[in-house]
Each structure stands twice: as C-alpha cells, then as structure tokens.
Design a protein. Structure first.
Length: 284
C-alpha cells in the first residue's frame, strides 16, 4: 500500500500524517508539489503516486488544479476535485449548505459595488464581508456601519482581481467569543474543539492566535457536522460552526484542514484517524 502526501510547505501536520500512515503499515511518501510538471495532453495511468494521494497543499489553486490533473491520470485523491472546489469558494459552500437546508448565517451576494450598502442595510449592521476564496481569516472583515462598509468597498475596488469586485456579505452572528471546529475523517469526527478569539481580534482562527478547548459534541452538533460534511461530498474536512440564538450555524467547510490547534486540545491522534481514512480510499 503506497500513499503520497502532497505539500507545498511542510508543516507539523504533514510529518504527523506520514508517521501515522507508516504506523498503519503504509509506505507514505512526502512529495513537494512545487517542482512537479505534467504533460497534460498525454493520457496515461500515473503509477508513481501510489494507491492514493492525500492533498495537503496550502495554495488553493495549486490544490484545485493539481487534484484535477491527478484525477485525469486515474489517481484517487483525498479530497476529490469537486469537494475542493465546493469548499474553497465561500459562495459555492453557502449555496450547497443552503440547498441541503443546513443552518447557515444569512448571506447575500452583491454582483457589483453598487448594491453592497443596500444588501448590508437589508441584513442590518454590523455586517461581515468575506472574499470568495481565502483562509486564515484573511480579508474577512466586519463593518459596523455604512461608512466602514463603503471604505472596505473602496479598497476592494482598487484590487486588480475581478473576483474581489463581487461581494459576499453575511449577518454578524451574535455568538460567544468562540466558534466550533470539527475535523471530520469519513464517518468519524476525529476532533471537535471550541476556538476562542484572541483578545485583539473578533475572529477565532488559530492562524490569528485563537486558542482551542476540547468540546464533546452533543447530538444536534454531531448531526449538523456530518450533514455539512456530506453536503460537500465528504472526506477529510474541517467543519466550522457558530452558536447562535437559534442553534448552530455552519459558516464554512474547509478542504485542507489544519489540525495542530485542534490536536493541542484533543487526546487521541487526529493524524492517525485521517491516515486511516485516506488508506481506506486507496484504489483497489
Ligand atoms: N457571520 C459571522 N459572524 C460572526 N463571526 C464570524 C462570521 N463569519 C466569520 N466569523 C469569524 O471569522 C472567522 C473567519 O471566517 P471564515 O468564514 O471561517 O473564513 P476563513 O476561511 O478565513 O477562516 C470565523 O472563524 C469566525 O470566528
Ligand atoms: Mg474558517
């Protein structure tokens, strides 16, 4: 059984995944994706990646396209291209969650800057703005009034990337200064933690200094976690939820889940559970 773990920056997580996969009897290779080159006009069966690939690149577009290339070459990738696409774009994730009737914060899309203030007024301030593609809380901003909102819009309009000229707006959920992160591996919750926002930030991302604390999910939370994971196609995922006055709301499903923060508050090895799931996805 040969497993390839692809990375573009080697972190603690990838090394732990390799170690645990090897402990489970797999031959697990860490491969840097950056030097890879593919002649995509030639269709062949790629055997050099082994029976299954675990995609751990940080760059979203590298992950997305490399996964698609590998699938064309007959390689089984965790997570598959469609799951990566659905999770990597917050607009697509929200569409999927809404269609599956999974509680999610009220969200509006303005297709130009002209209607952003109107959308925000409909939902009421404060309002949260998010880039369609992004992680670690980057560019996720809160506008507490119309003036703050319009200055964010003005800055966004200066950006060269046309995707930034459409706007994802969300109600600000009145939640405690924490949210929930569940690491899902197939039909198992490998870890579930609260993430507390650091003192100087309203966002709870561990990348921004958020601290984790163990959480034993109740039936309602477990159900919503699995429903969200299933809705995007399942696999190895990080489901993020907030506690609102009306119950849990899922705001994001992460495709290449970081779990060092969750591991700090969890007793069993998260990497072991992920490795076991990936091995189970090997092409027979
Ligand atoms: N609608 C919201 N209301 C309140 N807090 C939010 C809302 N959306 C996001 N946050 C906070 O901001 C953080 C980052 O938002 P998220 O949608 O998860 O983007 P990212 O992909 O950058 O992590 C969340 O973990 C949460 O703490
Ligand atoms: Mg998040």
């Amino acid at each position: 059984m040969k497993l390839t773990i692809l990375f573009d920056r080697l972190r603690w997580e990838e090394k732990a995944l390799q170690k645990e996969a090897q402990a489970l009897g797999a031959n697990a290779a860490l491969v840097d994706a950056k030097p890879l080159v593919f002649e995509i006009s030639r269709v062949r069966r790629a055997r050099e990646f082994g029976d299954v690939v675990l995609q751990r690149c940080i760059s979203f577009y590298r992950t997305l396209y490399l996964t698609r290339i590998l699938e064309n070459l007959g390689v089984s990738v965790v997570n598959p291209y469609l799951v990566t696409e659905s999770c990597g774009n917050k607009l697509l994730t929200t569409l999927i969650l809404a269609k599956a009737k999974i509680p999610t914060p009220r969200t509006m899309i303005s297709l130009s800057s002209d209607t952003v203030a109107e959308s925000a007024q409909k939902m009421g301030f404060p309002v949260v703005l998010k880039p369609f593609v992004g992680s670690w809380g980057r560019m996720v901003s809160i506008a507490r009034d119309k003036e703050a909102l319009l200055s964010i819009v003005e800055l966004r309009e200066e950006l060269q990337n046309p995707i930034e000229h459409m706007y994802y707006l969300q109600e600000f959920v009145k939640r405690p200064p924490r949210d929930v992160r569940a690491v899902v591996a197939g039909d198992e919750i490998a870890a579930c933690v609260y993430r507390y926002a650091p003192e100087d930030d309203w966002r709870t991302n561990v990348a921004r200094g958020g601290l984790t604390k163990a959480l034993k999910p109740n039936k309602e939370l477990r159900e919503i976690i699995f429903r969200a994971a299933d809705a995007v196609g399942g696999g190895v995922l990080g489901v993020d939820a907030m506690e609102s006055e009306e119950g849990y709301l899922v705001h994001e499903v992460n495709n290449t889940v970081e779990f060092a923060g969750a591991q700090a508050a969890t007793s069993g090895s998260i990497a072991r559970k992920i490795a076991a799931y990936v091995i189970s996805r090997a092409r027979k």
